[in-house]
Design a protein around this ligand. Structure first.
Ligand code: 173
Length: 321
């Protein structure tokens, strides 16, 4: 009896050693597979799976058909998935401070050295039960796209599709903010439920929105944020070797992103103009006022939602004046 029990234990131990050797992580993206805001994550997955053979593997389940975008943060928190490609705008219900990541004015290389990464990682540990592995997007500004022309900086009478990224600026300029996931934007435009939408400079072609877009308001503001998060319990169980493989792929993603986006932004700007999308611009003073208002409304929103951590985050992220 006793020897059977011991043999059983030994078999169990052998099984767990085997699984410690190659761990498989389940991952999702909060954007559709193959599109602009998933592709850096998909590259990260390929790297991990190449470097991690026999040690760690990512099973990429896919985009919003697997988990709806606004639920991805909670899916990581509760370990429905081990890992996700997600933007803070999609989990402000759990971490209001995440709305501030769009207001970042400093490169990740600096954030890794000056305590910003540690601070943001702590917030993720506490509020999202997750580890903040890497931020893979830089310098991709957001814009407001419209189907009605405006001749002054005023969104009164306009219904504009938002996420938390654009809500404060749209409302500060008198517009009506309507929150939808990216997957609902095309239909909302087609049916006239909205007169426009917020979105980065890149990626509108992925889901065919150029067919339903007349104008882009310039200049762009803020900066898109996409990060790789991993559930904290999953992270804590990984071996140093497994963690190192994830960290290396994350660090490469952070470094590569810097050079890539200037070109992508320019390409998509030109492609929009070829698709017949006209720009709405203001004179220099007007453009400055628009940007000032965007940043003011943005930080005021973060601080209103998190009076305690908002000012601290601002200290870490805001561009030096
Ligand atoms: O859905 C969005 O407009 C949004 O918030 C976002 C954030 C980062 C990248 C792309 C879109």
């Amino acid at each position: 009896m006793r020897s059977i029990f011991i043999a059983g234990l030994a078999a169990l131990a052998a099984a767990s050693t085997a699984s410690a050797q190659e761990t498989t992580l389940r991952a999702v993206s909060s954007f559709a597979e193959g599109t602009e805001f998933s592709k850096n994550f998909e590259r990260f997955v390929e790297k991990v799976n190449a470097d991690g053979k026999g040690v760690i593997k990512i099973n990429y389940i896919g985009g919003p058909r697997a988990v709806p975008p606004f639920e991805v943060g909670n899916a990581v928190r509760t370990r429905v998935v081990d890992m996700a490609n997600v933007t803070g705008a999609f989990y402000t219900n759990l971490m209001p401070e995440a709305d501030g990541f769009k207001l970042n004015g400093k490169p990740m290389s600096e954030q890794r050295k000056n305590g910003t990464w540690e601070y943001i990682n702590q917030l993720h540990n506490q509020k999202l039960n997750s580890q903040y592995l890497a931020r893979q997007f830089h310098n991709v500004p957001f814009h407001i796209y419209l189907n009605k022309k405006i001749d002054k900086i005023d969104f009164s009478g306009l219904k504009i599709r938002v996420t938390p990224v654009y809500k404060d600026i749209v409302e500060a300029l008198g517009g009506t903010a309507i929150t939808t996931a990216p997957g609902e934007v095309y239909t909302a435009l087609e049916r006239g439920v909205v007169d426009g939408y917020g979105w980065p400079i890149t990626g509108i072609f992925d889901l065919g929105w150029q067919e339903k877009t007349k104008y882009r308001v310039d200049p762009g503001f803020y900066t898109s944020e996409l990060s790789v998060l991993i559930n904290k319990n999953t992270w804590d169980k990984l071996t140093p070797e497994q963690r190192a493989i994830l960290q290396k792929a994350g660090a490469e993603g952070e470094a590569e992103a810097i050079g890539e986006f200037a070109k992508l932004n320019a390409d998509d700007t030109e492609r929009q103009s070829k698709a017949g999308i006209e720009t709405i611009t203001f004179d220099a003073a007007g453009a400055k006022r628009y940007l000032d208002q965007a940043y003011e409304a943005g930080w005021a929103g973060v601080i209103r939602q998190s009076p305690e951590n908002g000012p601290r985050l601002r200290g870490f992220l805001a561009k030096p004046q």
